[in-house]
Ligand binder design. Structure first.
Ligand code: ASP
Length: 595
């Protein structure tokens, strides 16, 4: 019987004879004395064997190699002074092995040394191919355990304190309205018909509210066939929730308690509630982003008024065309950031042009408020205007002012990127901070320039503010995102439950009644049988755990993730299938490899 895991033994157990099961993390032969680091998911315990004190185990100990699986029984003793290891929780004790039983050896050469392997030193494709070895490592094992703790905390709070019920919703279903590309599954028994994998359980959770379930949650797998970026996966996990009869305020409050509970239970961190809030408009104005990292300042300043009639045509033209001129003021930026970096060819210039800007204008503020710039801006500013610029931006000696001028979205996107890069570079981000922030009052729609139509920013079931109904196109949505240190970790909304409003929204996004009924007819019909007011939210579990674990990639908190090419290197999925299978599915490939 196992009474302790390897990582759990402390001085209190000295004198006890215990049995451990695990893997040999490392074996060291110190001239006649063999030391084994024995590992299981909790950590490491030092096992000692020598011919004098433990003659029965010595021979077996000699034969062990890294990653062999063994059972060890022995007495726990105090480590001698010179071999105390303060870095290990078990570093004060060791176990004299009375017996060592080899349960299984390693038969192939290990692709990497598990014990010393580091995320940084082993190629990620190797780690993914031999994921089961990768997951033996302390860091990865801890990540999975942390993930489990987070889910457990979610369940405890929602079930035990708030009366939520977990319900599973279908994986084989119809297209859901999150706006990404669907994964499709052909139906064998319904030739030429397809299931879509859910992009989220959105429609089902709303139906569950019509059913009177009142409070639903699910740790839900979602599928979106998107081009992958560093923190995206084709399948990912959400904490998905939906509630009836609660106001937006009540939903927000319940969710603050949930998040505070998770941080407290999992990390021991007390988050002050209520969390700060910004409206979407405020967030965009001050940070150029709807998920601002508020751990540092460097806020943007809108100087459109100052430049709207200026002789500097790039600026005045931008404002006249309906755009903006904004400044990113950087204290100490004069010495920290050289001209070369801002001019064509420089890294900050590239950052800006990647965001869609044509370039970056800048001004350096010198002693006495003297400003130094390459011609155009200075030449076109009167002394009074210069003074106003300094006041608006609170600029003093040493300030660098970076300008964005043009369409609002481009300017915001550009200065947001520059702000993040520079904030990081100048060490302005306080990593001990845990900043939670609600962003509220999103616009209902955004303009899809490719399709020349409005598009629901959240999804088409999000309710507008009642007072904005007179002009739906510019209406604000009763939607809210939760932002953690500059990452969106959750988002949701109150839903439309009145048919007339739903019709108007479909109309606004150019969805005809036929199309709407074809796509979501079952939901719209359900709403005719007594739908309660309801709303919900979903959290990206992978991202939340990534942030809590201090990792930089969600792949490091997912047991078996996919690569950027959406493939699984362990199982080699996706893969070709038998012609017979395709035939049964009535599917033929049109793919022609390029020659
Ligand atoms: N279904 C939404 C999403 O997946 C969340 C929600 O509105 O509850 O982003």
């Amino acid at each position: 019987m196992r009474t302790y895991y390897c990582g759990e033994v402390r001085q209190q157990q000295i004198g006890e004879t215990l049995t451990f099961w695990g893997w040999v993390d490392r074996r060291r032969d110190h001239g006649g004395v063999i030391f084994l680091d024995l590992r299981d998911r909790t950590g490491i315990i030092q096992i000692v064997s020598d011919p004098q004190r433990t003659p029965d185990s010595y021979e077996h100990a000699e034969a062990l190699r890294n990653e062999y699986v063994v059972k060890v029984t022995g007495r726990v003793s105090q480590r001698p002074e010179e071999s105390l290891n303060p870095k290990l929780p078990t570093g004060e004790v060791e176990v004299y092995a009375e017996s060592i039983e080899l349960l299984n050896a390693v038969r192939k050469q290990l692709p990497f040394q598990v014990s010393t392997a580091d995320v940084e030193t082993v190629r990620e494709d190797l780690r993914l191919k031999y994921r089961y070895l990768d997951l033996r490592r302390d860091r990865m094992s801890k990540n999975l355990q942390l993930r489990h703790q987070v889910v457990k905390a979610m369940r405890r709070y929602l079930e035990d304190q708030q009366g939520f019920i977990e319900v599973e919703t279908p994986i084989l279903t119809r297209s859901t309205p999150e706006g990404a590309r669907d994964y499709l599954v052909p139906s064998r028994v319904n030739p030429s018909q397809w299931y879509a994998l859910p992009q989220s359980p959105q429609l089902f959770k709303q139906l569950l509210m019509v059913s009177g379930l009142d409070r639903y949650y699910q740790i839900a797998r979602c599928f979106r066939d998107e081009d992958l970026r560093a923190d995206r996966q084709p399948e990912f996990t959400q904490l998905d929730m939906e509630m009836s009869f609660l106001s937006q305020e009540e939903i927000i409050q319940l969710n603050e308690e949930l998040v505070a509970y998770i941080f407290k239970t999992v990390k021991g961190i007390d988050l002050p509630t209520p969390f700060p809030r910004l409206t979407y408009a405020q967030a965009m104005e001050r940070y150029g982003s709807d998920k601002p990292d508020t751990r540092f300042g460097l806020e943007l300043v809108n100087v459109s008024q100052l430049f709207k009639d200026s002789g500097f045509k790039v600026f005045s033209g931008a404002v006249k065309a309906g755009g903006v001129v904004k400044v990113l003021p950087i204290p100490g930026g004069n010495s920290a950031i050289s001209n070369v970096r801002i001019k064509p060819g420089g890294d900050l210039f590239k950052e800006a042009t990647d965001a869609g800007a044509k370039g970056v204008a800048y001004v350096r503020v010198k002693a006495g408020g003297e400003i130094d710039t390459i011609g155009a801006i200075k030449d076109n500013l009167s002394d009074a205007q210069k003074q106003e610029l300094l006041e608006l931006t609170a600029a003093e000696d040493g300030h660098l002012l970076l300008f964005g001028a043009g369409p609002t979205e481009v300017v915001n996107k550009t200065l947001d990127r520059l702000r993040l890069v520079i904030g990081k570079e100048l060490g302005l981000i306080d990593n001990t901070k845990n900043n939670l922030l609600w962003v509220t009052q999103f616009p209902m729609f955004e303009w899809n320039a490719d399709e020349k139509r409005l598009e629901a920013l959240h999804h088409p079931f999000t309710a507008p503010y009642p007072e904005d109904l007179h002009d739906l196109k510019t209406a604000r949505a009763q939607a809210y995102d939760l932002v953690f240190n500059g990452y969106e970790i959750g988002g949701g909304s109150l839903r439309i439950y009145q048919q007339e409003i739903q019709q108007q929204v479909f109309e606004a996004i150019g969805l005809s009644p036929e199309e709407a009924s074809n796509k979501f007819g079952f939901l719209l019909e359900a709403f005719e049988y007594g739908a309660p007011p309801h709303g919900g939210i979903a959290y990206g579990l992978d991202r939340l755990v990534m942030l809590l674990a201090g990792e930089e990639s969600i792949r490091d908190v997912i047991a078996f993730p996919k690569t950027q090419q959406a493939s699984c290197l362990l199982t080699d999925a996706p893969a070709a299938v038998d012609a017979k299978q395709l035939k049964e599915l009535h599917v033929a490939s049109t793919y022609k490899p390029k020659t």
